[in-house]
Design a protein around this ligand. Structure first.
Ligand code: 13P
Ligand code: SF4
Length: 332
């Protein structure tokens, strides 16, 4: 297995230079200093999702990425403590695959509307209704739901996972829009659940058409949790990391990232030749994670993520199967 390389964060006084106003830096840098001290004391790393605010993303994240990358990084780090700067299902996924590590989430209220849309009992009922149809579950779900599933997927590998099963039908849970996106990319029949992301479902096709009208030549790149008519307006559809790679490789003159607000703030730092047009839909769950919260989590070692052992073993099968299906070349 490859070994995860933590980011080189550089001297604290330069990390947020040009990223946040100087008056804010004066407040944030002492907190970053405390976090660094605590990370060293606890043998801890901070894993940060792409939706974290720039002070976290550029200030203290040792490893950062989309849901799939975070799941892999959690497996590969040798640190004893993982602080998940992301939402609860991401911390739970890290714990499921690393039962011997301590996984902390700075705020237990950092949930997800998709994870809340379905329970393990719902999945059991679906399996009764569609026996022999495999269940593909988006990682944005609880461990209990993963435990009832045949395989997990993320937004970056959903089509590949669905096609890996060799069946002509799958049950796809719980995001109806990601499910519809997958269905549009494959001949496999997809049975959907009516979950949705409260952030991405707010974008409209009209809104995107008006960006095209007011910004000729603008590139529209969207997350597959958006409704189908929104995705139909996009030049590119991909996971949060897929969207970041698109901007870095295509270097569009102007771009609108149809996803959570902080993405543009974070990517703009590394893409100075691109102008970002920024609609702002915030994820209230992601925004519960703050720099102060990360410091407090490391100080108090709270909140530790705990998953029932039996549920964790069953959920791990579904997560590991996904990781095997989409392993980079040479990784088993
Ligand atoms: P990604 O896996 O694309 O980062 O998506 C996670 C998520 O919650 C998007 O809303
Ligand atoms: Fe869940 Fe949507 Fe927030 Fe992502 S953006 S964590 S899918 S509510």
């Amino acid at each position: 297995m490859t070994t995860t390389t933590a980011l080189t964060l550089g001297p604290i006084e330069h990390r947020l230079e040009g990223i946040v106003p100087d008056v804010e830096r004066a407040v944030l840098e002492p907190i970053i200093e405390e976090i660094e001290r605590l990370k060293a004391d606890r043998n801890a790393v901070v894993l940060a999702h792409n939706y974290m605010t720039p002070d976290i993303f550029h200030g203290v994240a040792d490893l950062r990425g989309d849901s799939l990358q975070l799941a892999r990084m959690a497996n590969e780090t040798s640190a004893e403590v993982i602080v998940m700067a992301g939402v609860h299902f991401m911390a739970e996924t890290a714990k499921i695959t690393n039962p011997d590590k301590t996984v902390l989430i700075p705020d237990l209220r950092a949930g997800c509307s998709l994870a809340e849309s379905i329970t393990g009992a719902d999945v059991r009922l679906l399996k009764e209704r569609y026996p022999d149809v495999p269940v593909v579950t988006y990682v944005n779900t609880s461990a209990e739901v993963k435990a009832e599933s045949d395989i997990c997927c993320t937004s970056s590998n959903a089509v590949q996972v669905v096609e890996s099963l060799g069946t002509d039908r799958v049950i796809f849970l719980p995001d109806q829009y990601l499910g519809r996106w997958v269905a549009s990319q494959t001949d496999i029949d997809v049975i959907l659940w009516e979950g949705s992301c409260e952030v991405h479902e707010r974008f409209t096709a009209d809104e995107l058409r008006s960006y095209r009208a007011t910004h000729p030549g603008i590139q529209i790149i969207a997350h597959p949790e958006c409704p189908p008519d929104v995705l139909a307006e996009a030049d590119f559809v991909g996971s949060t990391s897929g969207m970041i790679s698109y901007v870095k490789t295509e270097i569009p003159r102007q771009v609108v990232m149809v996803t959570e607000c902080s993405m543009s703030d974070n990517v703009a730092v590394e893409a100075p030749r691109t102008e970002f047009v920024r609609p702002c839909n915030l994820c209230p769950h992601m925004k519960r994670i703050t720099l102060e919260g990360i410091r407090d989590a490391l100080e108090t070692m709270e909140h530790e993520v705990v998953v029932d052992a039996d549920v964790a073993v069953r959920a791990r099968r579904a997560v590991d199967r996904m990781l095997r299906v989409t392993a980079p070349a040479g990784v088993k």
